[in-house]
Each structure stands twice: as C-alpha cells, then as structure tokens.
Design a protein around this ligand. Structure first.
Ligand code: ADP
Ligand code: MG
Length: 452
C-alpha cells in the first residue's frame, strides 16, 4: 500500500479534476466531496447528497478512477457514498450499482449572487471610453423596462462591466425594486440543479419574478443549447412583462460563436453599448479616486507613471496601485517615483508566450486582410500604411525586435522610418480608441485569446 491518506489522495485528485472538467461541473458536483477511506485498493468518496452521489457515479466514475489510479500508480476500485458530515444517510453507489435514488432530500437552489455595495454609480469614473455604457446603465436604473430592453454592455476584461451591473442593481434596490444579479455560469448551474432535482417551477419563479434581471458574462452560455433555450424563454417572459434585462459580454453578440441566432437578434434588438479601454486622462482620474478612497497622497509624477504603465485593464490598474500603497505603508514613505519603482521592481513579469516576428506579420496581414508583399511593399494607401505601422509597433512591443531588424523584415526600410512608425502608433493610441482596439485585437490573435 502507498502512504496516502484518503483525504490527501482526494485533495490531490480534486486538483487534477478541476483542470479536467468544466467549471460548472466542478462547482456543482465535485466541490463538496470528501475522501473517506482508502484501503485495500478501494477508495470511498463522500458526496454531499444522494443526488450528487448518483450523478458522480453515473457520469464521472471512470474519470475519477483514472485520476486516482494515476496518482497512486496502481488501479483501484471506488465507491461513492452520501456523506453530509454527520452520520445518518448512507446509501452508497459502488461500481456494481446502477440504482436510482428516489427519496431525494430537499436541495435548495444556490443563493442568488449578492450585490457588491462598493460598485455604485457614484464611484464609477466616467470618461469618453465608457460614457455611453454609463449613461445607458443610469438610464435603465432610473426607468427599468421602459428605455432600452435589453441593455447589452460589452467590453474586454477589467473594464467595468460587472461594476456597472452592480451599480444598476444597487440603485434599483434603493427604489425597492426586485433585482436579481447572476453570472451566466450561475444561471447555468441553477438550471442544471433545478432539472435534476425536478425544481423547474422554483427556477421559473426565481428568474421570472423580478423587476430587473442582471446577467453577467453571457458568453458563458455559448455552445450550451439547453441553457440558451431556457434563457431565451426567461428573456421573452421578462421582456413581455416590461421587466428590464441587462446583459454583459466580453464581445459583440454578432461575434459570439455558438450562440443561437434568435438570441443574437434579441440582444441586438436592445441597446448595445461597448466600453473601450480608458484613455490616459480617465486612468489618471480613476487612480486619483482610488488613492483618495484609501487616504493616500501620491506624487503627481508617480501617478502619471502608473497610469501610463497599465493601459488596458482597470482591474490591473487598481492592483498595481494597491501594491504601491501597501509598499508605501510598509516602508512608511510617501508615494513618489522611488517608492513606485521599488514596489513594482519585484513584480514578476507576466509569463508570456514568445512571439516570433513571422507570427506578428501573419496576424497583422490577416487582420487587415492584405498580403505580405503589400505590407512590405511601397504602397502608401492609408490602410496598408496603417497595417505597416502597426506591424512595426507590435514587432517592437511583442516580438522585442530591434528597429534595424524590423526595417529589414518590412522590405528593407531604414531604422529611423521604423522608429517613426513605432512612435506614431504609440502616440496615436492614446487619442484614437479604434486604433487601440485594433491593437488589442491583434494582440489577442497573437496570444490566441479569441476562441475560448
Ligand atoms: P469587468 O467586469 O469588465 O471585467 P469589473 O467591473 O470587474 O470589470 O472592473 C474591474 C475593476 O475596475 C473593479 O474593481 C471596478 O470597480 C474597477 N473599475 C472599472 N471601471 C471603472 C471606472 N470607470 N471607475 C472606477 N472603477 C472602475
Ligand atoms: Mg466582470
């Protein structure tokens, strides 16, 4: 026998299973399980309800066995038993048992998502990048169901989608409206549980009995047919009753693959509002507001440095500020450039995929739909010149190439020409949100982030 205890073994297995199964499956079925016994080549797993035990037995046993055997390096047999942390219930499901449990205990639907009281309109900084989304969100919270239905907000990560959803919810609750905030993932889990537990009535009541339904990260339901179907009906019911629906997504409905056409057209039937990465001025305003919130005086130069350092994600911007603030409290120094540099010095640089120059060329030409001969050639057509400048910028920023090498790659251009192109893009990006978006999207292509 190996020296594993049941508990240790199961913890190790959970670590692996978490990677192998989808997050909702993990959260719903595996999270509350415990390793009970491991003896004589037999492993006993405890599941929190008969229903979970049965589901695991039917759907996941082979995977669980394989995972455990991989860890202890010897085949084993498993038994899944109901274990609620106290004695009593103990119907078990072993390898030879295909039994269906009939007397299921009551199992409540998971709690609805709570609203974070810190996410309000008052502390949402408005700039040109998020003005439309902010105005629309404020509009629906003032007159839910009447203005734009649904309101569909889309943006990249860390740009304030969840913040705005909570702000709508917080404001509406003050007006005594019933609000339900859920992530699309939570909606999916609820649906799974309600079907398995035959509680579909409860599910309907929960989702259709509200004044405002706030659904975060709708992209999660892509490719999940049953969830889409259920969401479609929930959506229609609410809309027909003039109840407000607000949805967020990491992308425009049209670019969401594996999403039913009828949902796309419903989403497009409301107001679509995107949030762009904030410009420098907005980033500075956000940093000032957050610094004030934690009562920290920060030297202007240091503030500008931070705002320039993190450009495309407000969550990261906050994180960086928090780090600097923590460092300055620790060292009892005021925040100036010295503190900033020291605080950020030990920050591990993000593990990045190495980007080779040919990949940059490939993705830039693909994005602009032009050929390599054109981008390397002499054409001064606006779209080609832009693609060329962007290639210069990304070859420098992402592939870390020297200007002379970039010149060579781009049809024997002089290094000063490349430097000029690089600087042009770096400057223009601050003023031109479309350009910024182009760059971000090509970056995503480079790092393979588009299809998830
Ligand atoms: P998303 O849901 O788009 O990924 P979040 O709403 O979670 O992003 O925002 C990430 C963090 O940035 C949150 O702490 C949020 O409060 C903050 N944030 C985003 N936009 C703003 C803004 N305009 N003003 C102030 N804070 C913001
Ligand atoms: Mg979010």
């Amino acid at each position: 026998m190996t020296g594993w205890s049941a508990k240790e073994l199961w913890e190790a297995a959970l670590g692996e299973l978490q990677i192998q199964v989808t997050r909702p499956n993990y959260e719903t079925w595996l999270k509350g399980t415990v390793g009970l016994e491991y003896e004589g080549g037999k492993f006993t797993l405890g599941a929190p309800s008969p229903f979970a035990a049965e589901w695991l037995h039917k759907r996941m046993r082979p995977l669980i066995e394989k995972t455990l055997a991989g860890i202890v390096k010897t085949p084993l047999e498993i038994e899944i038993r109901v274990h609620q942390g106290r004695e009593g219930q103990s119907r078990s499901y072993s390898n030879h048992d295909e039994g269906v449990s009939t007397n299921q205990p009551s199992y409540e639907l998971p709690e609805q998502g709570q609203l974070n009281p810190k996410y309000t309109f008052e502390n949402f900084i408005v700039g040109s990048s998020n003005m439309l989304a902010h105005a629309a969100a404020a509009g629906v919270s003032a007159e839910p169901g009447l203005k734009y239905n649904p309101l569909f907000i889309y943006a990249g990560a860390g740009l304030g989608k969840t913040h705005l959803l909570h702000a709508i919810g917080n404001k509406a609750r003050k007006e005594n409206l019933t609000v339900l905030y859920v992530s699309a993932e939570h909606f999916t889990n609820d649906l799974i549980v309600s079907i398995r537990e035959r509680k579909t009535e409860g599910f309907r009541n929960k989702y259709r009995g509200v004044d405002i339904l706030l659904v975060d990260d709708i992209q999660f339901i892509r490719g999940k047919e049953q969830t889409q179907e259920s969401f479609f009906h929930t959506f229609n019911d609410l809309q027909n009753n003039n109840k407000q629906i607000v949805i967020t997504s990491d992308q425009h409905p049209k670019s969401m693959v594996n999403l039913e056409e009828r949902l796309i057209s419903r989403f497009e039937g409301g107001l679509l509002a995107d949030i762009q990465p904030p410009d420098l001025e907005t980033r500075l305003a956000i940093l000032r507001a957050k610094a004030e919130l934690v009562n920290m005086a920060i030297q202007a130069e240091a503030l500008i440095y931070l705002a320039k350092k993190v450009q495309t994600n407000i969550r990261e911007l906050e994180g960086t500020l928090n780090r600097v603030v923590a460092y300055s409290r620790l060292t009892r120094k005021n925040v100036d450039m010295e503190v900033v540099t020291q605080a950020l010095a030990s920050l591990p640089s993000k593990p990045k995929r190495t980007i080779i120059p040919s990949l940059v060329m490939e993705k830039v030409t693909e994005y602009f739909n032009i050929g390599e001969t054109e981008i390397k050639g002499k054409s001064r057509r606006k779209s080609i010149a832009l693609a060329r400048h962007i290639a210069m910028y990304l070859l420098r920023e992402e592939a870390r190439q020297q200007f002379t090498l970039i010149g060579a790659e781009l049809g024997d251009r002089d290094h000063t020409t490349v430097l000029h192109g690089y600087q042009k893009i770096a400057n223009d990006m601050e003023k031109d949100p479309q350009l910024k978006r182009d760059i971000m999207e090509i970056r995503d292509l480079l790092y393979n982030k588009v299809s998830s």
